[in-house]
Design a protein around this ligand. Structure first.
Ligand code: HEC
Ligand code: HEC
Ligand code: HEC
Ligand code: HEC
Length: 129
């Protein structure tokens, strides 16, 4: 009789393990429905960033407004200062948009990122993470 609380505790632990297994399966099912993450998505996931931190509504994920990105990586002027040294020029400050180019023009979470400038400017051959 004495070890009953311990048994209860062990039961609670295995219940938690069981439920988190179901939860993890659910999450991977929804992300595989989406196709796999690109390199950036994988990096964010490895930093412990959850779907909900970008997509508030995880049940119906929609396009993510740039403000979400800037919430963690901004302000945009500071981001631009970080990459001021990048050659052939700063990807975060340019003639068309200043420091306000939409992140999603170049960076993608769930597919390969793209160099938005390249089709028009062959010399801006950035590699976009
Ligand atoms: C760091 C931010 C971020 C995280 C974390 C993230 N996403 Fe996304 N998601 C985006 C962005 C940005 C798009 C727009 C397309 C793109 O850039 O890949 C998107 C698009 C989507 C779409 C397509 C929506 C549409 O109609 O355009 C789905 C579905 C989705 N994400 C599901 C998920 C799931 C499931 C997770 C967690 C496993 C997740 N996302 C984690 C940023 C994120
Ligand atoms: C909840 C905070 C958070 C949000 C929201 C977020 N990120 Fe990140 N992001 C991080 C962290 C943490 C890292 C890894 C450390 C770092 O490089 O700053 C990272 C790294 C990055 C990197 C650097 C990749 C590399 O290889 O160095 C890029 C690019 C990036 N994020 C773009 C985005 C974009 C675009 C969005 C919006 C769709 C976004 N992030 C939303 C936290 C966030
Ligand atoms: C024109 C394409 C483009 C756009 C638009 C863009 N980026 Fe980037 N980003 C890049 C490139 C290229 C790099 C890699 C720079 C380098 O070589 O170090 C980068 C690097 C980064 C990094 C890593 C910076 C570091 O610490 O070295 C972060 C974080 C990031 N971008 C976030 C964002 C966010 C947030 C936005 C929107 C406000 C954004 N980017 C818009 C092209 C872009
Ligand atoms: C749809 C085509 C198009 C895209 C995409 C584009 N540009 Fe341009 N860009 C132009 C044209 C056309 C000019 C010349 C007219 C002008 O000076 O405004 C120009 C001019 C420039 C100039 C000044 C002239 C020069 O060559 O030094 C810079 C700097 C520039 N773009 C940077 C960028 C960057 C960085 C990106 C990516 C964020 C980009 N552009 C995306 C078409 C584009």
């Amino acid at each position: 009789m004495k070890n009953r609380p311990i048994k209860k505790f062990i039961f609670a632990l295995s219940l938690v393990a069981f439920l988190s297994g179901i939860f993890a399966a659910g999450v991977s099912a929804s992300s595989s429905k989406k196709g796999k993450d690109g390199e950036l998505g994988t990096l964010h996931a490895s930093m412990g960033i959850t779907c909900a931190q970008c997509h508030e509504n995880v049940k119906k994920p929609a396009a993510v407004p740039m403000l979400k990105c800037v919430g963690c990586h901004g302000p945009t002027e500071k981001l631009a200062a970080k990459t001021a040294h990048v050659k052939p020029r700063n990807p975060h400050e340019n003639r068309h948009y200043g420091t306000e180019a939409d992140c999603n023009l170049c960076h993608h979470q769930h597919k390969k990122s793209v160099n938005f400038c390249l089709p028009c400017h062959q010399r801006f051959d950035f590699v976009v993470p």
